[in-house]
Design a protein around this ligand. Structure first.
Ligand SMILES: [Zn+2]
Length: 468
């Protein structure tokens, strides 16, 4: 073996057990007792997780909101963002393509890969974002799934930016992706109502950050969630609801799952850890993100949804901005670019707040952060697993160490962290990507651009829904 990890406790989506892990040529070659090897990593007292998959990131992404003005690009590029990810135990991100008007989906993928390939520090996959519905987008679906992308993202909001999907097109897309084992990701908010509320508040002079939350009442999300579920039910298409934030949405998904509709639910740490009270803070503008942070009843309902298995994935919607970029919005909620950093804090916050504080099972944590995203988006068993033959993507996790979260010790290109001051227990000690140590205790060892595009396989969602 090239490398053997000894004395650690392995956590998979099924069980927690003691064993050595033997790594050869970047793959997990053996899981057994007493494996000999050239290089030994001693993981005594540590947990070993599969490398974390952040299924929802926006590196160097132009934010579409008309109110943001032109050319506001999220502040992490594919290098700074994936390096920060590695420090947080994330070994795969799934980012999004960005389609220009009139551009084919295929060309948008080529362009995005070119942007990522020379910079990525860890492996990555892409979701194909469809924002131009005038062309023959349906004709491209099968070849894109064949080329290794199984997720297609659409917005049910942002009508003014001309990127909103119509109900007809969403229905067509669900039916088409179903044929080839794709999944449709939906940003579920009712675009008509959102625009109405923002315009109303603008006219009434209600512009402070708290009105961002008030302009997006919970039923605006719930209504779109229900509509998308109905279309998934009718078409039998695979539906993945990104960043759910409300109790009402969780109840809708609960209903859908009881009916065996192929729906998957994602939430993010910010909706589990923070509430809308942050918008009243002096720096409330920095917390503007969509959907907005909600009330504590919603927060509790999300945790309950995790406990009950209603929520399948926790991802971050990582989309940081510098304070200068946020300040450029002049404290007017509809002018402030939307987004929060999160990729680096995903595992530590979910371990500390989920496992330590709320008794979340370690196996469930691995399901939410590794196994489920890998299954749903066709990356399993290459990613998201500690199995013989899987990529040797691993996090050696120190469960004793305590720290206070601070942007100054994080690695994203922003000096703001939504979790500033949060005390946590447990930090990633070593991050291994395809057998290579790329991060160990504040030090980085990999090369810029070492990450690779991971080809996704089509997925059979009914199997995942049934938990097989
Ligand atoms: Zn997003």
């Amino acid at each position: 073996m090239d490398t053997v990890i000894k004395n650690g406790t392995i956590v998979t989506h099924r069980r927690t057990f003691r064993s050595d892990i033997g790594i050869r040529a970047g793959k997990i070659a053996r899981i057994a007792e007493s494996i000999p090897g050239k290089k030994i990593i001693d993981a005594s007292g540590m947990l070993i997780f599969p490398g974390i998959i952040d299924a929802h990131t926006h590196m160097e992404t132009l934010v579409f909101a008309e109110s943001c003005g032109k050319g506001i690009i999220s502040s992490d590029d594919f290098y700074t963002g994936t390096r920060a990810a590695a420090a947080g135990g994330v070994t795969t991100i799934i980012d999004f393509t960005i389609q220009n008007k009139g551009e084919s989906l295929k060309d948008s993928i080529i362009r995005r890969k070119r942007q990522a390939d020379k910079k990525v520090y860890i492996d990555y996959s892409l979701h194909c974002n469809i924002t131009d519905f005038d062309g023959n987008f349906l004709e491209e679906i099968s070849s894109i799934i064949e080329s290794g992308i199984s997720g297609f993202k659409v917005f049910m909001a942002y009508r003014n930016d001309e990127i909103m999907v119509s109900d007809e097109n969403l229905r067509l897309l669900l039916a088409e992706t179903r044929k080839y084992g794709g999944v449709v990701q939906v940003h579920a908010e009712n675009g008509f109502l959102l625009d109405y509320f923002v315009d109303k508040f603008r006219e009434e002079g209600k512009s402070k950050p708290i009105f961002h939350a008030k302009s997006r009442p919970d039923y605006v999300e719930e209504e779109a969630v229900v509509r998308a579920i109905k279309l998934a039910e009718e078409t039998d298409g695979g539906l993945y609801l990104v960043h759910l934030s409300t109790e009402k949405s969780i109840e809708a998904v609960r209903w859908a799952k009881q009916k065996s509709i192929k729906v998957f639910a994602e939430t993010c740490p910010q909706y589990l850890l923070l509430n809308e009270g942050v918008y009243e803070r002096e720096n409330g503008r920095y917390y503007i993100t969509s959907p907005p942070l909600r009330g504590d009843n919603d927060r509790e309902a999300l945790w309950k949804g995790i406990e009950d298995g209603i929520i399948d994935v926790i991802a971050t919607d990582h989309c940081p901005f510098t304070c200068a970029q946020k300040d450029g919005g002049e404290n007017i909620f509809f002018k402030i670019p939307n987004g929060l950093p999160g990729v680096e804090t995903l595992l530590p916050t979910m371990y500390s707040e989920g496992v330590i504080k709320r008794g979340l099972e370690l196996t469930q944590l691995v399901k939410l952060l590794c196994y489920n995203p890998a299954r749903i988006f066709g990356l399993y068993p290459k990613k998201g697993a500690i199995e013989e033959g899987s990529d040797a993507d691993l996090v050696i996790f120190n469960l004793e160490e305590e720290m206070t979260m601070s942007a100054s010790s994080l690695h994203s290109n922003t000096v703001f962290s939504p979790y500033e001051g949060l005390k946590i227990k447990g930090i990633p000690e070593i991050t291994i990507s395809r057998g290579e140590i790329i991060y160990e205790r504040e030090k980085f060892f990999g090369e810029k651009g070492r990450g690779q595009f991971v080809k996704a396989k089509p997925t059979i969602q009914s199997e995942i829904v049934q938990g097989t």
